[in-house]
Each structure stands twice: as structure tokens, then as C-alpha cells.
Design a protein around this ligand. Sequence first.
Ligand code: SF4
Length: 336
Amino acid sequence: MAQGCQVLAIDTAYIEEDITKPRRQSTVTAWVNVIYGCNETCTYCIVPSVRGREQSRSPGHIRQEIEHLSSQGYREITLLGQNIDAYGRDLPPGDIGQGVGGKITFTDLLYHIHDVPGIERIRFATSHPRYFSPRLIHACAELPKVCEHFHIPFQSGDNDILKAMARGYTHERYRRIIEQIRDLMPDAALSADAIVGFPGETEAQFENTLRLVDDIGFDIVNTAAYSPRPGTPAAQWEQQIRETDKSDRLQRLNHLVNQKAMGRSQRYLGRREEILLEGRNPKQPEQFMGRTRANRITFVDVQSSETEHDADWIGKTVAVEITEARAFSLTGQLLS
Ligand code: SF4
């Protein structure tokens, strides 16, 4: 290191449970890391170099953390991992493991933590289309606390670009996963990440991404123009796309994403939704803010006399009739 040479760590490092003290930004919803690092080799991504190999936390420690969160009043947890479907690959077989030879999978973890008393909602991210399994989809449909919201990045709708990205799936596989989800949970919300202007991406290949977004109709897609990360393979490649072309493609994709999101939002109008209240709307403090099970931000109008004590409301799940729908948020009236 002192001479500026590369240094290779060859000893396996395991997570020390006492260094994973999480930061909490809410008193109602909490993120819980279940796996660190990533073993994938996506050619645009710096994560494997900076976060290292996959390391799953033990199901027992995760459950303990969730029980503790529940005792502190948290009602919703989001299980986190760069590639959450890889959870358990590095763990020894265990009692809860239903995989080959007792291997523990992410689906096993969901069943293991589902009955923690006091926790009402469970979410997870980020899913990888290469490993997303039919058993996980069945578990999500079967377990009532697991919310009907799936965040599954597709990155590109073109098979050659997916190959160049080393993503390990085709757009056909991605579409099949969405079909399986919608077969069991027709109203499930779908979100994703997409990159435009990957090195070598032609106009026709970009249009395949537009086609995928148009066909599937996502609730939200986080979009980005490809930006070379030093030390990643794709950053060295020739055929980098001009900034003007990237920004033109990004604009066109965003336009479609917004249009689709608006269409998806309309289905909520007049519906009764369960909203878990997380706090006040910072821009309009006479409203509370929360989310539907499908993760739509929802602002709730309530009578001022009813809201004197925030503590009586925040952390409660209330019934709300949706009266306004925007592309990425809703407004509703309190029903109960
Ligand atoms: S994009 Fe995601 S799956 Fe691919 S290497 Fe980066 S963190 Fe891993």
C-alpha cells in the first residue's frame, strides 16, 4: 500500500454483529441489513470492489434485531441487501433451510421472521432477476405481512446490452418473473432501475428498453444515464455514448416512465387503502404522510381537532379513501 501497489486481502472477514448498529431516520419504519457485499460482476458497478464478497447475517441475529425494533414501536421493516436473493449462499445449512441440503435461502428468512409480533409490514430490496425464484413469489403471496411491492432492476430491455453488462438474464426471463408475480398478485406494485447510454448502446437497443417499460407498466423506474465508474470494465471500453445522446435518451425514458406511473396511480382513485402513518407532511403540516402497502406515498387530510397529539397517530395504520392521484403520490381522506 505504501508503494502504491495493489493489495489483496486473502483472509476471510466475517461481520461483527456489534459493528452493524443501524441508523434510524424514522420511528415507524426501519431498514434491516441482511446481507452485505455482492458476488456479481456487473461491468458498470463499483459495489463489488468497495463492499467486498457477500456476507449474510445469521437468521437468529436478524430476528433478534427485528424483535428489538418491534419493542421500540417500529411497525414496518425493509430487509436490505445489494442482491438480496443471494442471502444464505455463504451460510452453513441450518434448521430453517429448505434449499438443497438444508441451505438457507432468502425465502426461508422471510418465513423465519414473519411472525415477529408488532411488525405489520415487511418489505425487501434489492431483487436480482437472475436469482428471483418462483418460491419467493409464492411466499410473498402467502405471507400476509409481506407487502405487494417488488423492486427488481432490469437495467436494459435489450439482450445484447444485458450481456455486455454481465447481468445474467434476458428480457424474456424478466418478463416471465413479472407475469408470475401478476398471476398471484395482480395488483402488485413494480419498481425498477434502468440505465441508458451504456457503452455501445444503439438507438434500436435503447428502444428495446422503452418497449419493456411500455409493456410492463411500472409504478416507478429509477433511471440514470450511464456514468463510467473508474476501475470498472465498462469504463475502459471504447464506444462510449455522447453525453448529448445519453441525456436525450434519459429524457425520453423519463417521459414514458412518468406517463406510465400516472396511469398506474389512477387505479387508486376512490379506493380504500390502508396507510401506515409515518409523520407529518413537511410541506403541509396539517396533513399526515404515510404509505400504502404497495409503497405509494400518501398524504392524509385529517381534521385539526383530531390531530392534536401526533403520538396518537404516527405508527398507526388507518383506512383512507384516495381522492387525488399524482404520478408518484396520492392524497386521501381519513375513513376511520
Ligand atoms: S449492480 Fe447490483 S448485482 Fe450488479 S454488481 Fe452491482 S450491486 Fe452487485
